[in-house]
Design a protein around this ligand. Structure first.
Ligand code: ATP
Length: 359
């Protein structure tokens, strides 16, 4: 078993609290992604698991054992970094062998593991080359190979794909998925890229300001963000927020969006009713807005074809902007007055003061 458990983990650097009470269960064999904006504490959390930083407070356990006092090399982990960190003067094979040699592993075991990993990563024909003779993608494979041969309890990966170009990144993402399916090694992966997080993770932990904002299965977190930070961070273009006062009307409850009244669907009324007279933020994702015959009047400000979809920048009500992600062949042009409908089953409501979800 190699589950990783973080309990109330804190890391302070002088007056910076990089990790601020992080508790997280990383199940055995899971692919857990820590995702969040730059500086939110992802890398520091990973380095605490690796043993490259000492916790100011809290507990790190690997496989049920508290490892706070264990050095990095005493923990059964292998790290893959963004910059690959290959030895430039060693060949690919020597790079892959090195860690095992340091551990005093038998030569025939080393041979077998290097051969297996090279086959798995399809780098067999590169074994005699030096890193300078490899492309970025090939170097990244070697870095993965070096981690795989260690056969660790846990892989720790810090933005391993961020130095690759967009196309290669997508390809390597698929390969990492396949690799995880084959090896089943518990993996903790850090990225600021929400798409990478969504596609790789079976568990996603969204971080902000040293704290975990939400943990869960990626599609669940996407559909049920706990607060406005998570709602905004996941998704591109991000969720629209429209803020207005909640009041009673003949038909039930409405949010006054300035020249535009949004009626709260009956299914949500009981959850927001206590806020009548106060302000409310309506959240709607761009893909849940469609151009329709009926619905809210909107002016088209920008039309941005993106290939598989077209993003419309609209204004509604008293000049509030709204992004809609629609079919690529939509027939609208800049300056046109159109109508848009919101998918009523995909509405979110938040307390704009705290950012917390009310739904
Ligand atoms: P990025 O995506 O930019 O790498 P991150 O989410 O990984 O960001 P961390 O690198 O963990 O964030 O940094 C969290 C905070 O801790 C930042 O404010 C950073 O400046 C600070 N920090 C990190 N390492 C140190 C250090 N060795 N000394 C002082 N402050 C540090």
């Amino acid at each position: 078993m190699a589950e990783v458990t973080l309990e109330e983990l804190v890391k302070e650097f002088d007056d910076v609290v990089a990790v601020d009470g992080v508790s997280l269960d990383i199940p055995d064999e899971s692919f857990t992604v820590l995702v969040g904006p730059s500086g939110c504490g992802k890398t520091t959390t990973l380095r605490l698991v690796a043993g490259l930083e000492r916790a100011t407070d809290g507990i790190v356990s690997i496989g049920g054992e508290v490892v706070n006092d264990k050095r990095a090399y005493e923990r059964d982990i292998a790290m893959v970094f963004q910059n690959y960190a290959l030895y430039p003067h060693k060949t690919v094979e020597e790079n892959m062998r090195f860690g095992l040699e340091q551990q005093g592993t038998d030569d025939d075991v080393i041979e077998e593991r290097v051969a297996d990993a090279a086959q798995l990563l399809q780098i067999e024909e590169l074994l005699d080359r030096r890193p300078s003779e490899l492309s970025g993608g090939q170097q990244q494979r070697v870095a993965l190979g070096r981690a795989i041969v260690r056969d660790p309890d846990v892989f720790l990966m810090d933005e391993p794909l961020s130095n690759l170009d967009a196309k290669l990144r997508v390809q390597m993402r698929a390969e990492l998925n396949k690799l995880h399916d084959e090896l089943d090694t518990t993996t903790v992966y850090v990225t600021h890229d929400q798409i990478e997080a969504m596609t790789l993770a079976d568990q996603i932990a969204v971080m902000d300001a040293g704290k975990i904002q939400q943990v869960g299965e990626p599609t669940f977190v996407y559909a049920n963000p706990r607060n406005m930070f998570v709602a905004d961070f996941l998704g591109s273009p991000s969720m629209n927020f429209l803020e207005g006062d909640l009041r009673r009307s003949d038909s039930g409850l409405v949010v006054d969006l300035g020249g535009l009244e949004h009626e709260i669907p009956e299914t949500h009324r009981s959850k927001v009713e206590h806020r009548v007279g106060e302000s409310l933020a309506l959240g709607i994702r761009p893909e849940n807005i469609s151009v329709a015959q009926r619905g809210y009047p909107a002016s088209v400000e920008v039309v941005e074809p993106q290939g598989e979809k077209t993003v419309l920048e609209l204004t509604v009500g008293d000049d509030r902007s709204l992004n809609a992600s629609v079919e690529p062949d939509v027939d609208v042009s800049v300056g046109e007055e159109i109508r848009v409908e919101f998918d009523r089953s995909k509405l979110h409501y938040f307390d704009p003061a705290t950012g917390e979800s009310l739904t």
